[in-house]
Write a new protein. Structure first.
Lengths: 279, 131, 131
């Protein structure tokens, strides 16, 4: 089956998850328990089951998966609507991030039915029942669906993601031709939701040192910018067996990006540039 | 609180800085890969041609210098490609520095042994073998 | 405030297998299998060169049903690694990154390596020395 756009859902799947033990590669505190069942209200017609990862930092319990029964007839169309409905009407302690509810802020990124996407742009009727909702992968969980992204943003800060250039003449702006500007298409649109980095197996194993697709796509965004004067320095900072070369072109990143961007391609561009300056 | 915390996190993300290497490993993995595309097909032909024919057939084939040169090249490229690939796997999954160092050393020494043993065997057979 | 250590959100335990990750994993697994196969190949050459009876022993082992099963799996690993390796070489040249092409080339690799494996075995079984 051919997937043409990242928003497409597979029509069939052989495996919903890799055949590894549930607790594989997870410290005991991270192992997930069965949680509680929240029944549907009386008389609900069109019910969808939602299995949601829960973690309460104030108790001593391990994380658990709760099952909510949501009446779709009384709910907005998107997964985010269902989460808000749960918070408003079923369990007010359910915690998640959201802001724009239109796919531009990147706050509501989470693992939905096994892949990463924005809750506000995934329609409920596209999701097989039961819908599983986990936080973005491989993050320290603060509460429920909220993961600690400080390391991801520190990795972003480490590439110094701003224009590095000498000051322009006082009476002029930094000009860019339409062609030069076009070089940034497909890269500047990134909303830093970290769906890609969280879905990258290489980042699971070596995320402390591997920068991951989101940050590397940003790194390429500055390398591709005709106004930037730090290309050499930027490449120096990237040429590292772990920072860059842990990417093995698995392409889970490109498959999952909710903005339809191509981090895998950006990384290949960086590798080509590094080769180019060798000779 | 946030300020000093941020700094610690950023410090961790920066780590030991960039090693400023990695291109070469990557490049040689590709070079050996490209070389192995035709050489592997060649090796399959040789193995199929001598399948079940025993040692004599192998010696006749390898007695042709073109055949033995290609076979020697296959062995060298294979051993090299293998060392590069297994090294990456060890780096990916082994997180204890000592264990990782030991594994990579083992892979490299093993690769050299495989390469040298293969080349000498092919030449030996090519030059008439043990009677 | 003393905080207890936070849990880590699940990753490989829950992430849905996709063509991208499954083929990548298979590439790695076939690479490891081929490394073992490569070592056996060199041992085979070494024994052939040494000329003792051990060579016949290894050949007999490889000719048994279990040996043939291994050889069959190695053949598949070889063709898969070869075809998917070529797919990687295209990516290294920054070609074929559109999602549809990633899927097309992925399925092509699956089909091609299966067909080539079967074809190779049809040829091998029809060689005079192989019964
Ligand atoms: S590349 Fe896509 S998935 Fe990755 S952070 Fe940017 S928008 Fe999100
Ligand atoms: S292509 Fe690279 S960055 Fe993207 S998922 Fe794969 S390893 Fe990660
Ligand atoms: S709420 Fe802003 S991207 Fe979903």
């Amino acid at each position: 089956m051919i997937i043409r756009r990242s928003e497409e859902q597979p029509r069939w799947t052989l495996l919903r998850r890799f055949p590894v033990p549930r607790g594989f590669h997870a410290a005991s505190r991270s192992r997930v328990q069965a949680g509680r069942e929240w029944p549907a209200p009386e008389g609900a017609g069109n019910v969808k089951r939602m299995q949601v990862y829960r973690y309460d930092p104030e108790g001593d319990e391990r994380p658990r998966v709760d099952t909510f029964h949501v009446d779709l007839d009384e709910c907005g169309p998107m997964l985010l609507d269902a989460l808000i409905k749960i918070k408003n009407q079923i369990d007010p302690t359910l915690t998640f991030r959201r802001s724009c509810r239109e796919g531009v802020c990147g706050s509501c990124a989470m693992n939905i039915n096994g892949t990463n996407w924005l809750a506000c742009t995934r329609a409920l009727d596209e999701l097989d029942d039961p819908v599983t909702v986990y936080p973005l992968n491989n993050l320290d969980v603060i509460k429920d669906l909220v993961g600690d992204q400080s390391h991801a943003f520190a990795q972003y800060a480490a590439i110094r993601p701003w224009l590095r250039a000498s000051p322009p003449p006082k009476d002029r702006e930094r000009l860019q031709s339409p062609e030069q500007r076009r070089e940034l298409d497909g890269y500047y649109e990134c909303i830093l939701c970290f769906c890609c980095t969280s879905g990258c197996p290489s980042h699971w194993w070596n995320g402390d040192r591997f920068l991951g697709p989101a940050v590397l796509l940003q790194a390429w965004r500055w390398l591709a910018d005709s106004r930037d004067e730090a290309t050499g320095e930027r490449l120096d900072e990237l040429e590292d067996p772990f920072r860059l070369y842990r990417c093995h072109t698995i392409l889970n990143c490109t498959r999952t990006c909710p903005k339809g961007l191509n981090p895998g391609k950006a990384i290949a561009e960086i590798k080509r540039k590094l080769l180019e300056r060798q000779g | 609180m946030a300020g000093s915390d941020d700094r610690a996190v950023l410090r961790r993300a920066r780590g030991l800085g960039s090693a400023k290497s990695g291109v070469r490993h990557w490049w040689w993995q590709r070079v050996t890969a490209v070389a192995l595309v035709p050489l592997t097909v060649w090796m399959l032909v040789l193995l199929l041609a001598t399948a079940g024919e025993g040692r004599r057939a192998l010696m006749v084939w390898l007695g042709n210098p073109a055949v033995s040169v290609l076979t020697v090249m296959f062995v060298v490229m294979m051993a090299w490609h293998m060392v590069l690939g297994l090294t990456v796997i060890a780096e990916d999954y082994l997180h204890h520095e000592g264990v990782k160092f030991a594994a990579i050393t083992l892979i490299q020494v093993g690769g050299v042994i495989v390469g040298v043993a293969g080349v000498i065997s092919v030449l030996w057979l090519a030059l008439g073998g043990t009677q | 405030m003393t905080e207890r250590t936070r849990p880590r959100s699940p990753h490989v335990q829950i992430y849905r297998p996709q063509l991208t990750s499954v083929l990548s994993f298979t590439h790695r697994l076939s690479g490891i299998a081929l490394s073992v196969g490569g070592v056996i190949l060199v041992v085979w050459l070494l024994l052939a060169a040494a000329g003792g009876s051990a060579f016949g022993g290894l050949n007999a082992a490889l000719g048994s049903w279990f040996g043939r099963l291994l050889l069959f799996l190695w053949t598949f690993a070889l063709f898969f690694h070869l075809c998917n390796g070529i797919r990687h070489l295209f990516w290294d040249a920054v070609l074929g990154f559109e999602l549809a092409n990633i899927y097309r080339s992925g399925w092509l690799v699956v089909v091609a390596s299966t067909v080539l494996t079967v074809l190779t075995w049809v040829i091998a079984m029809s060689m005079p020395g192989v019964a």
